[in-house]
Design a protein around this ligand. Structure first.
Ligand SMILES: [Zn+2]
Length: 590
């Protein structure tokens, strides 16, 4: 199948095209239906009973669920072809209308906030409102952290020239960076961030080393600016912690992720205790690359003899469906539906958005997948990943709109699980030892990057925040903290190049969304731990995973896995995840 024959998606499940009169009607209704909702309910919420609250929430969902189809249509149309101006303008028009609709309906959460605790508790525990219990619970938690209306509005105002300005400064500064090319014969060429980082996979070792050096030098040159931003952002965060009564710098993030502090610290601690597995892998990798010791620029180096064998799209489709079917027929059937109903956009064509995603906008809408299939083996794994999301969205369609989307740490559960099923399938099919090694090594490197590495980031972040509370942290002090955390992770197995100590200044999460990184570890290790249970329990496990996915966002993660008799605060559960990694390392001979 050539690129031109690869299937495009069929958006007529949503609308019959940009000229569809139904689309025009739906878009035209966004604001009027929000207005109608406001007219029906404004001023009534404070006195509402359980039955009334149920009708109001369903009414709210109706007024947003229908236009969501238009939003999905515009978003997908734009992703498939960003050069088509009609989608660009439709998308921005819908965004504007949605903003207006949200503004018109803000009153109902404010009115719910005005209900006193006792009556609110009675309402949210009422069996009539069972489907929204989690939503109501979380809403009250947010309310408890809010200051008075006038305080909030002053804070919002002062955030613009405060933390928002610093975040903007960081983004604008770092996206203006250009790096001298480390490739031989490209002396005058300058590269973007993504281009130079891609060279860490270059087969030549010296090129990789120069890539790290050239990259770091540009960041080092801006050390005063970046460390000043870091200090200011940390101060802002600390002030918020104090104003809203949190007990630690990480607590607001845990609360947003609906996780207990204990569950998060358990994951981090268990991960730290398994750092030796990363060292074990990198020792093996040094051997495979034929060097005595890895440099910090070698961690993503390609293994020798990596094949560039192409696979067909038909093969990728067959593998995904088979591997999902082997797990549970429901998985296979949902995945097959995406192919049969043409809900996957496949070819890499000009104007199409890069990478891959799955969009599940609302429970009543069919989810769609976008990939850029080039015939690499990796593309088959990507397809499995995105269809894993597709399965999650399809199963969660049982939930109401407000309880549809899982919280961040659960968002990758089915996708990463799908990748593991695919790896398992590929290993079953592949008999050649060298190729098996490449498959396993790729998976192991993914696991290391999302578990150990992200946990190391979080330990760095915790210590850096603590230090900024004592005094201004100078650039070199950030480097010292970074190197000590890096050393905890890699020990003697990796030689840290001098430039690597500036890596902290290149991680945007620290600036944009503090303590975001542990969610990667949490998500990945949760899947590995669940996969371990699958290995242990066999076929009995599949219905459990299905019920977890069906819950969508309707339960806190802790309660969700408690339903399966697992416990997120129990380190044994998480250790099971690392046993999966250990087995991969054993098979590798590491
Ligand atoms: Zn994903």
């Amino acid at each position: 199948m050539s690129i031109n024959e690869l299937p495009r998606w069929d958006l007529t499940h949503l609308f019959n095209g940009i000229e569809d009169p139904k689309l025009t009607t739906v878009v035209g209704n966004i604001v009027p239906s929000a207005k109608a909702f406001a007219e029906r309910w404004r001023g009534r919420v404070a006195e509402i009973d359980a039955g009334g609250l149920l009708s109001m929430l369903s009414d709210y969902e109706r007024s947003f669920a229908e236009p969501t189809a238009a939003y999905a249509f515009a978003h997908l149309g734009y992703a498939a072809d960003s050069t088509d101006n009609s989608f660009v303008s439709l998308l921005s028009k819908i965004r504007e209308l949605f903003n207006e609709a949200h503004r018109l309906t803000l009153f109902f959460t404010l009115e719910l906030d005005s209900i006193d605790d006792e009556r609110y508790a009675a309402l949210s525990e009422d069996s009539t409102l069972k489907a929204y219990a989690h939503y109501l619970r979380q809403l009250r938690k947010q309310k408890d952290r809010r200051l008075t209306e006038s305080e909030e509005s002053i804070l919002a105002l002062k955030t613009l020239p405060g933390s928002t300005a610093f975040v903007q400064l960081y983004s604008r500064l770092t996206s203006s960076f250009r790096f001298p090319s480390p490739v031989d014969g490209e002396d005058d060429k300058y590269l973007t961030n993504a281009e130079i980082l891609a060279l860490l996979k270059h087969p030549d070792r010296e090129t990789r080393r120069r890539a790290i050096e050239n990259f770091s030098k540009v960041y080092e040159d801006q050390k005063l600016t970046i460390s000043t931003i870091w200090n200011a952002i940390a101060l802002d965060h600390r002030q918020n912690i104090g104003l809203r009564g949190y007990s630690s710098v990480i607590e607001p993030v845990n609360e947003g992720n609906e996780l207990s502090d204990k569950a998060v610290s358990t994951v981090m601690e268990v991960t730290r205790q398994h750092y030796h597995l990363a060292r074990r892998y990198y020792k093996w990798k040094a051997g495979a690359l034929g060097v005595e010791k890895l440099w910090s620029s070698d961690l993503s180096a390609p293994l020798p003899g990596a094949s560039d064998e192409k696979i067909s799209y038909e093969k990728a489709r067959e593998w995904v469906i088979d591997s999902f079917n082997d797990f549970h027929p429901r998985f296979g059937e949902i995945a097959k539906g995406f192919f049969d109903e043409n809900r996957i956009d496949t070819p890499p064509v000009p104007g199409k958005s890069g990478g891959a995603f799955c969009m599940g906008a609302a429970p009543h809408l069919p989810p769609y997948v976008l990939i850029n299939f080039t015939g690499k083996l990796r593309d088959a794994t990507t397809l499995a990943h995105e269809l894993g999301h597709g399965i999650h969205f399809t199963l969660a369609a049982k939930q109401p709109y407000l309880e549809y989307s899982p919280v961040l740490p659960l968002a990758e559960t089915a996708s990463v699980f799908g990748e593991l099923l695919m790896t398992k399938k590929l290993l079953e099919l592949e008999k050649e030892p060298e190729k098996r090694k490449h498959l396993i090594a790729e998976r192991v490197e993914d696991i290391i990057a999302t578990t150990f590495r992200q946990t190391m980031y979080t330990y760095f972040e915790l210590e850096a925040h603590a230090k900024t509370a004592e005094s201004t942290v100078e650039p070199e002090m950030f480097c010292d903290i970074w190197n000590s955390k890096l050393n905890n992770l890699y020990g003697e197995t990796v030689e840290t190049l001098d430039g690597s100590k500036w890596a902290w200044s290149a991680i945007p999460h620290f600036i944009h969304t503090r303590f975001y990184c542990y969610a990667y570890t949490f998500g990945e290790l949760l899947v590995l731990a669940l996969y371990r249970r699958y290995q242990e329990e066999g076929a009995a496990f599949a219905p459990k995973l299905i019920s977890l996915l069906e819950a969508g966002g309707s339960l806190e993660p802790q309660a969700l896995v408690a339903n399966l008799d697992y416990d997120l605060e129990d380190s044994e559960f998480w250790r099971g995840g690392y046993r999966v990694l250990e087995e991969l390392l054993e098979e590798l001979g590491a």
